[in-house]
Design a protein around this ligand. Structure first.
Ligand code: NDP
Length: 294
């Protein structure tokens, strides 16, 4: 049986370090780092995410500014709010909660955010910087995954990493981060042939697909490290109940083979918020011309 990678505990440690960094930053600069979160519409999952981001920001000693806009907000109104936040000296980080209602153009909205305040790391400037190895705002979920992997392995060089999923927010930046740690990286997606065999060649297997328990135990190389990014809700066992949350990996089977594996929930999920707080603190330091916090 493998070791369970405790993302919840590690996220708490990161958040404690961020809180210490915030206190030191306040002492040095006399101001408090601030994170603005913009939510358009009433999506219940997004409401919960935005609520927990706000609470975590305050718990780390930072200012939290939440902007809740109605579902029928126009593109022009949203862009105007982003411009206002770009120019607001109290705001170090701006996060627009996705997905946006269908009538809004997400790419244009993300492109409007000042790249130095883009704490989600989704702006093309940050994607480009990450890919050429310059200081970037790194997307929070892959940043959390690479943090857990470095904790687990120390040095990743020469290890074969297979990333299943090539989205701009998880798969691609994950692959870039692994490459920058000198792993040998293969990116798999819906057109990949012989995926189970490919997965089985991985020392590090990252699943970011969005398909409940797709990665089976016999896809996992004995001794591999498995990072499960997926969050999927199974249909409820009975009417009115909530379905169980599972990842993209069949946990019990995979845990028989892997040396270490992240659970869902309690693995990658909590790291995402922790890295958002860290990115906000990093953005504040860079805006003040200070070197990145430890
Ligand atoms: P996307 O839907 O944007 O991307 C999914 C990727 O999986 C695509 O590249 C797709 O390939 C690939 N894929 C789909 N089906 C298969 C298949 N049968 N075989 C191989 N590859 C396949 O999802 P995201 O990247 O946004 O998210 C992935 C998962 O991670 C979701 O469950 C999401 O909820 C979760 N997530 C979790 C976060 C956290 O904090 N823990 C944060 C963000 C996401 P193709 O490109 O060919 O279509």
């Amino acid at each position: 049986m493998s070791a369970r990678i405790d993302g919840k505990a590690e996220a708490l440690r990161v958040r404690e370090r961020v809180a210490e960094g915030v206190a030191a930053f306040k002492e040095k600069t006399g101001r408090t780092p601030g994170l603005a979160v913009v939510l358009v519409g009433e999506d219940p999952a997004s409401q919960v995410y935005v609520g927990s981001k706000g609470k975590a920001t305050v718990a780390a000693g930072m200012e939290s500014f939440t902007h809740r806009l109605p579902d029928d907000t126009s593109q022009a109104e949203l862009l105007a709010l982003i411009d206002q936040l770009n120019g607001d000296p109290a705001v170090d980080g701006i996060l627009v909660q996705l997905p946006l209602p269908g009538h809004l153009d997400e790419d244009e909205v993300i492109g409007e955010i000042d790249p130095s305040k883009d704490v989600d790391g989704f702006h093309v400037i940050n994607a480009g910087r990450l890919s050429v190895g310059q200081d970037a705002m790194v997307p929070c979920t892959p940043y959390g995954c690479i943090h857990l992997l470095k904790q687990q392995h120390g040095d990743l060089s020469g290890l074969h990493a297979v990333v299943i999923g090539r989205s701009n927010i998880v798969g691609k930046p994950m692959a870039q981060l692994l490459l920058s740690e000198n792993a040998t990286v293969t990116i798999a997606h819906s057109r990949t042939k012989n995926l189970p065999e490919l997965a089985k060649s991985a020392d590090i297997l990252v699943a970011a697909v969005g398909r409940a328990e797709m990665v089976k135990g016999d896809w996992v190389k004995p001794g591999a490290t498995v990072i499960d990014v997926g969050i999927n809700r199974l249909p409820p066992a009975e009417e009115g109940a909530k379905g169980k949350l599972v990842g993209d990996v069949a946990y019990e089977e995979a845990a028989e083979k892997a040396a270490a594996i992240t659970p869902v929930p309690g693995g990658v999920g909590p790291m995402t918020i922790a890295m958002l707080l860290r990115n906000t603190l990093v953005a504040a330091h860079r805006r003040e011309g200070l070197k990145d916090p430890e």
